[in-house]
Ligand binder design. Sequence first.
Ligand SMILES: Nc1nc2c(ncn2[C@@H]2O[C@H](COP(=O)(O)OP(=O)(O)OP(=O)(O)O)[C@@H](O)[C@H]2O)c(=O)[nH]1
Ligand SMILES: [Mg+2]
Length: 392
Amino acid sequence: MAFWDRFKKKKENIDTDEIIETIEDQEEKEELKKDSETLEEQNKMEETIPEAGLENQEAAANETLEEIQEEEEHSEGEIVEEDHEEKSLSFLDRLKNGLTKTRSNIAEKIDDILASTRSVDEDMMEELEDTLISADLGMESTMEIIDQLRDRIKRKNIKDPETVKKELISIMKNELTKNNLDSEIHIENSPMIILVVGVNGVGKTTTIGKMAYQYKEKGKNVLLVAADTFRAAAIEQLTEWANRAEVDIISHKEGADPASVIFDGIAAAKNKNSDIIICDTAGRLHNKKNLMNELNKIHRVIEKEFPTAKKEVLLVLDGTTGQNAIFQAKEFKEACELTGIVITKMDGTAKGGVIFPLQAQMEIPVKLIGIGEQIDNLVEFDSEAFVEAIVN
Ligand SMILES: Nc1nc2c(ncn2[C@@H]2O[C@H](COP(=O)(O)OP(=O)(O)OP(=O)(O)O)[C@@H](O)[C@H]2O)c(=O)[nH]1
Ligand SMILES: [Mg+2]
C-alpha cells in the first residue's frame, strides 16, 4: 500500500511519530526522529519565554530572532467587504491609491522642490536626497540614485526641473529592476506548493486569503493548509478566509504538529488534484534554531511526499516596520531558502521606499505587495509601476 494510502487511514490528529514510523528508509527515519525530539524539547522551553515588545527598531536590528517577540496581540484579520468600484480602476490607479502615504512623502515633496527651484544646483540635489532618505530608501540606495542623477544632469546639460524629474524616475526604475529580475509567481507550473513564512502579525494569513482569492479567480484549484497550529484562532482565521475565497482547507487541532498538517494537506491535494497549495505557518518561533528545525522538517515532508511540486517559499514582511523588515529578511534568509518576498501594509506607511534597500541587500525578489485589508488589496509587484506610483 502506498505511503499516502496508509496515512489516509489514520486519524486527523496524527503526530509526527506516526508519520516517521511509516517511512521505510532507515536513515531518513532516524534523522526525522532526531529533529522531532529536538523540536519537542525546544517547544517545552519556549513555553516559559515571556512575550515582549518590538519597540526600538535600532535595538531590534542588533538582536536575534530570539528576541523578536510580539508587540501586542494583533487583532485577527477582519475581512472587510470588497469594494467593487476599485475593480474598474486601472492597475496603476489602484497602486497609487494603495501607496498614497508614500506617494505624498515622495512625489509631492519632489514636485514642491522642483517647482521652487530656479536653477538646477547642489541645493536642489540635497533636497532631493533628503526626500529619498525620509521615505526610507536608505543611505546607500539614495546615494546611488543621486550620484547617477548628478552625472546625467552634467552629461546632458539639463537645466529644466521637469527633465530632472524624468531622469530621476528613469534611474529609480533601473535601480529597482536590476535587483528584481523575476517577480512573477509562475502559477502555471502546477502543482505548486507555497510556504508562507514570517514573524507574527506581519500579515501572513491575510496574504494567503488574498492569494487564494486571486488564484481561484484565475481558475486555479486552490487548497489552503493551516500549518500555523499555535492558536486555535489562527486556524479559525484561515478557515474564514478559505470560506470567503471559496477554496478548500485542511486543518488539524490547535497544537498539532505543523509538519503533519502539511503531510495531510499534500495527501488531500493529490486526491483533489489541486493546482496550488498554500501553507500558513506560525510566526511565533522565538529563535533561529527553532525556526530552522521547524522549516527543515516541513521541507523534508514536502520533498518526500511531493517532489514533483514546484516550490515557493514566500517571506512576508510588514512594510510599516521600516528597516526592521530588512533585519527580519536576513534572519529568514539564513534559516530557509526563500524564493520571494511579500511586503504588506504598504497602504499604512509613508516609508515604502524601504523596498529599494531591501531589494539591493537581499537579492530576493519582492513578488507581491499588500495595499489594504480587503480581499483584492494584493498586487503583483512591478518595479516600474511601483516607481511611477510613488514618484510620478
Ligand atoms: N492595512 C493593511 N493591513 C494589513 C495588510 N495585510 C495584513 N493586514 C492586517 O495585519 C493584521 C495581521 O494580519 P495577519 O494576517 O493576522 O498576520 P499574521 O502574520 O498571520 O499573524 P500571526 O498569525 O499572528 O503570526 C491584520 O489586522 C490584517 O488585517 C495590508 O496589506 N494592509
Ligand atoms: Mg496568521
